[in-house]
Design a protein around this ligand. Structure first.
Ligand code: DQA
Length: 153
């Protein structure tokens, strides 16, 4: 059975994720943002959900998207803003939508400053360290969540 066609899932990629494929491949892998988004779009199409993907290097634009765009479920990789942004944390608290925080790398196996996330304690769940799979698993979980609650937009 497919999730209600009208369920909308928003994916937000934070700063520097447009550089995927070129940026520190030993940490973030060899796949590009385009390839990652294609994988997400393919899964969304197969499962019958409406997926919108957005990348920004600007904290303000991310806050605008979180608080003004219409969606039922959010998957967000706040990237470097994970560790600094009270504004993104407050936006998530403000809209109170089911949200999964994702990271390509395992932020708890890296530098000390990356071990603190300002968003982890205000989201439904966190997937970190599984590369591209972090996003694909988050999308599966979002779809299961919406389906299990028979979520109506
Ligand atoms: C990241 C981890 C962050 O610490 C870093 O600033 C990023 C990417 C990840 O996906 O592993 O830009 O969020």
């Amino acid at each position: 059975m497919k999730t209600n066609q009208r369920n909308k899932i928003l994916v937000i990629h934070g700063p520097n994720l447009h550089l995927l494929g070129k940026r520190q491949p030993e940490v973030y892998g060899n796949f590009s943002l385009k390839e990652l988004n294609q994988g997400l779009a393919e899964k969304a199409r197969k499962k019958g959900v409406d997926l919108k993907v957005f990348q920004s290097n600007s904290e303000g634009e991310i806050v605008e998207k979180i608080t003004k765009f219409k969606y039922d479920f959010l998957i967000i990789n706040p990237a470097a803003y994970t560790h600094t942004s009270v504004a993104i944390r407050d936006a998530l608290l403000g809209v109170n939508k089911p949200t999964i925080e994702v990271h390509i790398s395992n932020i708890y196996r890296r530098e000390e400053f990356r071990k603190k996330s300002l968003v982890s304690d205000v989201v439904l769940g966190l997937i970190s360290g599984l590369g591209k799979e972090s996003y694909l698993l988050a999308l599966d979980a979002a779809i299961t969540f919406l389906k299990s609650r028979n979520f109506k937009p």
